[in-house]
Design a protein around this ligand. Structure first.
Ligand code: UD1
Ligand code: MG
Length: 450
């Protein structure tokens, strides 16, 4: 039986941030959520998040996580003090407890499996995850014998210069036999440089404690400042991009592309330079996105193209051409085989299939039928200064250039709107609507003559 506890109560002073450290975002998810995701494969019996600094904010951000329990650490007196708060909550628990730092977000599930396996195989009192890293500055140093049995963990700031030469560091990830940890937790003292209760001291009290090195030291990177946050983002990006390229997605100039780890991409899609795929986004196979596009919380259908455009909270069908320079937002829905071209904005608008909005238009709160042609410069005047109103356009209707549709307004099927019209009244199907001043030509007219 395994329980996990995530230390997420600290302020994160070194971030110099109003936001608690564990709520900083890494590739579309908070740090603490990245840690939780890493543990899903372990199928833990219990999941406890220790919260404290801006605890309500952390709680709100994690409330959606299934079966999470919150444990309050009202004063942040150190990582050992944080784990002490578990005592009343796990009074009846007798299995293993995996303790994770909420600021170590890049762990692979396989590494956690290996840690747990070593712990259980050897019946250790505790097993700790370590790595040998090129720049160990700031990490606790781990000293062990050649059988990987722990001798001591000493915090960077409590080390002598000679001890700092050791580059085997504590990842902040521990597997404990809970009944054994329960016994030593009350014995922690705060007689160290920071006057804090250290979880590492609890480890030092236990025996036998084994050390497991992570193969890839990048996995154990802890985020204590914004430089490390940027470094972790780079590592995560490389992982995500390698995964998609291996799965058959072409990335052109990968260094200029960013992809959140919540994004799904079909095979044979091509992602061009300076493109950013964020949030809950799906790209269909054969689609071509970019250069220069931002797609956020949207789905793009198979074989569609998006060129130099911004698409958010939008569904785009198959074989659609978007851009250059289009902006689709707020629940826009674009049917199959449509074209949304240069300098077109769609907001809360649904286009039926085979519809073209090729140039210089704004459609807001509108619905079109199929095979509609929206002429250049067609604008829905959807806002009367107080409320938004709907525009409905029937199948095969065509609006001329520079049409203004003053909502609420309904155009039937097969309507033709003359160029330059400002429509304020509904138009029945199969009609021509003209709403503009007639042209007047005065033959022989000269300036100054009456
Ligand atoms: C800790 C380890 C260090 C290890 C490093 C790895 C200790 C004493 N040191 O140091 O050996 O190399 O992590 O990243 O544990 N937290 C609480 N309550 C508190 C204090 C902290 O919940 O009272 C949480 C923080 O939110 C954070 C985690 O514990 O998620 C680690 O705290 P942090 O202050 O970053 O510890 P480090 O100095 O990095
Ligand atoms: Mg830390």
């Amino acid at each position: 039986m395994v329980a996990i506890a995530i230390l997420a109560a600290g302020k994160g002073t070194r971030m110099k941030s109003a936001l608690p450290k564990v709520l900083h975002s890494l590739g579309g998810r908070t740090l603490v959520e990245q840690v939780l995701r890493g543990c899903v494969e372990l199928q833990p019996e219990r999941q406890l998040a220790i919260i404290g600094y801006q605890g309500d904010r952390v709680r709100n951000a994690l409330e959606h996580w299934p079966n999470i329990e919150f444990v309050e650490q009202t004063q942040q007196l150190g990582t050992g003090h944080a784990v002490q708060q578990l005592l009343p909550h796990l009074a009846d628990f007798s299995g293993d407890l995996l303790v994770l730092n909420g600021d170590v977000p890049l762990l692979r599930p396989s590494t956690l499996q290996k840690l747990l396996h070593t712990h259980q195989q050897n019946k250790n009192a505790a097993t700790i995850l370590t790595a040998r890293i090129p720049d160990p500055l700031g990490y606790g140093r781990v000293f062990c014998d050649d059988k990987m049995l722990l001798k001591e963990i000493i915090e960077h700031r409590d080390c002598t210069d000679a001890q700092r030469q050791n580059n085997r560091v504590n990842a902040g990830i521990y597997c404990f036999s809970w009944p054994k940890l329960q016994e030593v937790l009350p014995k922690l003292q705060s007689n160290n440089d920071q006057q804090e209760y250290y979880i590492t001291d609890a480890v030092n009290f236990l025996s036998p404690v084994m050390v497991v090195d992570a193969e890839d030291y990048q996995e154990i990177l802890g985020i204590n400042d914004r430089l490390q946050l940027a470094e972790a983002y780079d590592i995560l990006q490389t992982r995500i991009k390698n995964q998609w390229m291996t799965a058959g997605v072409t990335l052109i100039d990968p260094a200029s592309i960013t992809i959140d780890d919540s994004v799904e991409i079909g095979s044979n899609a091509i992602i061009e330079p300076q493109t950013h795929l964020r949030g809950n986004t799906t790209i269909g196979s054969g689609a071509r996105i970019g250069p220069g596009s931002l797609i956020e919380n949207s789905s793009i259908g198979e074989n569609s193209t998006v060129l130099y455009s911004v698409v958010s909270d939008t569904q785009v069908g198959t074989d659609v051409k978007v851009g250059p320079y289009a902006h689709l937002r707020q629940q826009a829905v674009v049917g199959d085989n449509c074209r949304v071209g240069n300098f077109v904005e769609l907001k809360k608008t649904t286009l039926g299939k085979d519809t073209n909005v090729a140039h210089l238009s704004y459609l807001g709160d509108a619905t079109t039928g199929e095979q509609v042609n929206i002429g250049a410069g067609t604008i829905t005047a959807n806002y009367d200064g107080a409320r938004k109103h709907q525009t409905v356009i029937g199948n095969k209707t065509k609006t001329g250039s520079n049409t203004v549709l003053v909502a609420p307004l309904t155009l039937g099927d097969n309507v033709t709107v003359a160029a330059g019209s400002t429509l304020t009244e509904d138009v029945e199907s199969d009609a021509l609507a003209i709403a503009r001043a007639r042209q007047v030509v005065k033959p022989g007219w000269k300036l100054g003559a009456s």
